[in-house]
Design a protein around this ligand. Structure first.
Ligand SMILES: C[C@@]1(CC(=O)O)c2cc3[nH]c(cc4nc(cc5[nH]c(cc(n2)[C@H]1CCC(=O)O)[C@@](C)(CC(=O)O)[C@@H]5CCC(=O)O)C(CC(=O)O)=C4CCC(=O)O)c(CCC(=O)O)c3CC(=O)O
Ligand SMILES: NC(=O)C1=CN([C@@H]2O[C@H](COP(=O)(O)OP(=O)(O)OC[C@H]3O[C@@H](n4cnc5c(N)ncnc54)[C@H](O)[C@@H]3O)[C@@H](O)[C@H]2O)C=CC1
Length: 303
């Protein structure tokens, strides 16, 4: 490295700050009940938010109406009427953790945005990027795995296409792998409880070692007995990292590749090597796009 070369990556401004917002039990105001609102509502409910929907029933999108009709009143409070404005309405933006508008009244949305910003309540106005404190992205979920693609507002349809490519390239056993790792982490914590310090560092190093030494499909196939073996004969013995071979599992990359190809092709409803190529390209693109991947629906907007 030359003397003038910076030691760390340069800052390139213009990005969004990506995070996985824990909305469980939080209050969200959703103004509007059309197609766009139905997508917002779906993701909010999946995140456990307590949503107040204000929108006249006569123009509700069928999915919004369905969610309202089948949901527990703790999850959705529904007001069958027009929202009248931040000054006049009996609902106050200050009582919410997040406010979303998805209505076809630009002036009213602007007023909501101004009131939210004054009160420092995060707001998203569908259709008006400058009035959004945060953007939605194209999302997919497989249990604990969530991936979101953002194009920083430049090309939402491209975000959707990239998300689909990533989706097609995901190994079908990714959810099992994450579940296994979650269980192993929990069991490790029981053996070595506590927060931070040298023990925390040792725990983390051990988990990193295991995740590096085991392929996703191998992790997904990990039985409770194998997890116990990893802990008994690995963690308990100087934090040793046992490989799949060490616990008596056969490794076979060729078998795994064949299996993955079949699963990718199956996921796309059959096909040929062209399809596999598209999936792999998608995965690579997913890794480099200037967007967001949240480790962690397939709701699709139909316009
Ligand atoms: C800034 C942002 C604010 C926000 O909504 O949070 C925003 C803004 C706008 N969208 C517009 C149009 C379209 N939006 C979509 C689709 C989606 N839009 C989504 C997000 C976002 N849209 C945020 C930035 C996301 C990012 O950073 O990439 C997705 C990803 C998530 C979601 O909404 O849930 C979802 C795909 C979900 C999926 O399929 O997985 C399609 C395609 C389609 O419908 O098939 C079109 C038509 C094609 C086109 O116009 O490009 C317009 C112009 C309206 C006009 O011209 O009148 C604006 C306003 C503007 O750009 O000025
Ligand atoms: N950000 C984005 O990604 C996109 C944004 N949009 C925009 O989002 C907005 C909503 O789009 P859609 O859901 O497709 O429209 P829509 O026409 O299906 O739904 C509008 C909904 O808002 C309700 N509404 C209107 N005035 C209201 C008020 N004062 N109080 C409560 N509810 C009210 C209507 O009853 C209806 O349920 C539009 O402005 C549209 O241009 C549309 C597509 C993409």
């Amino acid at each position: 490295m030359s003397d003038s070369e910076p030691p760390y990556p340069p800052i390139v401004k213009g990005a969004s700050f990506l995070l996985a917002w824990r909305l469980d039990g939080r209050k969200v105001l959703l103004i509007g009940g059309g197609l766009v609102a139905s997508g917002r509502l779906y993701y909010l409910l999946e995140a456990g938010a307590r949503v107040t929907v204000v929108s006249p029933r006569k123009r509700l999108h069928p999915e919004t109406a369905y969610r309202i009709d089948v949901s527990n009143p703790d999850d959705i409070i529904y007001e069958d009427r027009d929202y009248v404005g931040p000054e006049e309405d009996k609902l106050h933006v200050t009582d919410y953790d997040m406010v979303l508008t998805a209505i076809d009244e630009v002036g009213l949305s602007r007023k909501v945005c101004i009131a939210c910003r004054q009160a420092r309540v995060p707001v998203n106005v569908a259709d008006v990027p400058p009035e959004c404190d945060f953007y939605f992205g194209s999302q997919l979920r497989r249990g604990p795995l969530q991936i979101m693609v953002s194009t920083s507002g430049r090309g939402p349809k491209i975000a959707s296409l990239i998300r689909k490519q990533i989706e097609a390239s995901l190994p079908s056993d990714v959810e099992e792998a994450i579940d296994s790792v979650g269980k192993l982490r929990g069991e490790l914590r029981q053996r070595a409880p506590g927060t931070g310090g040298p023990l925390g560092q040792k725990r983390m190093n051990w988990m990193i070692g295991i995740c590096d030494a085991w392929r996703l499909d191998e992790l997904g196939g990990m039985t409770p007995e194998v997890r116990k073996q990893l802990l008994d004969e690995g963690w308990n013995k100087d934090g040793k990292i046992l490989s799949p071979k060490d616990v008596g599992l056969k490794s076979g990359i060729a078998g795994w590749l064949a299996d993955t190809r079949t699963k990718v092709v199956d996921a796309l409803g059959g096909g040929d090597m062209q399809v596999l190529k598209a999936g792999v390209t998608g995965f690579v693109l997913g890794a480099v796009i200037p967007g967001a991947i949240y480790i962690g629906s397939l709701y699709q907007r139909r316009r």
